[in-house]
Design a binder for this molecule. Structure first.
Ligand SMILES: [Zn+2]
Length: 173
């Protein structure tokens, strides 16, 4: 796994550019009833193929996480089930479902901002299992992960570890 400082400056600048777009999507999602403050952008060859925020409440669909919605939009628009060469940017470390979906979609690289240790535990389904372990254990060995891009700005979108979360906004706990 790479951290932002490991990437060359061109990749780092590019990652920052797309992550800023994901943050804008997350901010818009967080301000709209039925949508959530997680933003995702899928990029192939420098072109944004799809983007989304969390749409679970508005769709009455618990699987409509930003990453799932963005993957579906990308595969539908390209009429394929494989997103080889794609980079998925997410403001928050993808959950288990979205990590698995990325593996099945043959996404080449996952870039996320805030990691699970920087946000409240309710955003993840497992007490201890880190979704990075799914990737490390996958049969695929060509999926790259970069964490911590614009980490502070991304983490500011979410409840902090141990923070009191209003009952109406609690998920998964
Ligand atoms: Zn998810």
């Amino acid at each position: 796994m790479n951290r932002p400082g490991d990437a060359d400056s061109v990749t780092g600048a590019r990652d920052g550019h797309y992550m800023r777009r994901a943050i804008a999507l997350a901010e818009r999602g967080g301000s709209r009833p039925g949508f959530g403050p997680i933003g995702c952008v899928i990029v192939i060859d420098g072109e944004i193929i799809s983007e989304a925020c969390n749409e679970a409440d508005s769709r009455h669909d618990p699987t409509a996480h930003a990453e799932i919605v963005a993957i579906r939009r990308a595969t539908e628009s390209l009429k394929t089930t494989e997103l080889r060469g794609a980079t998925l940017y997410s403001t928050l470390q993808p959950c288990g479902m979205c990590t698995m979906a990325s593996i099945w979609a043959r996404i080449g690289r996952i870039v996320f901002g805030a990691g699970r240790r920087q946000v409240h535990k309710m955003y993840f389904e497992g007490r201890h299992l880190d979704t990075i372990d799914f990737i490390n254990d996958a049969f695929r060995d060509d999926l790259q992960v970069t964490e911590g891009v614009l980490c502070g700005q991304c983490a500011a979108l979410y409840y902090k570890p141990g923070e009191d979360v209003p009952f109406a906004e609690q998920t998964n706990i």
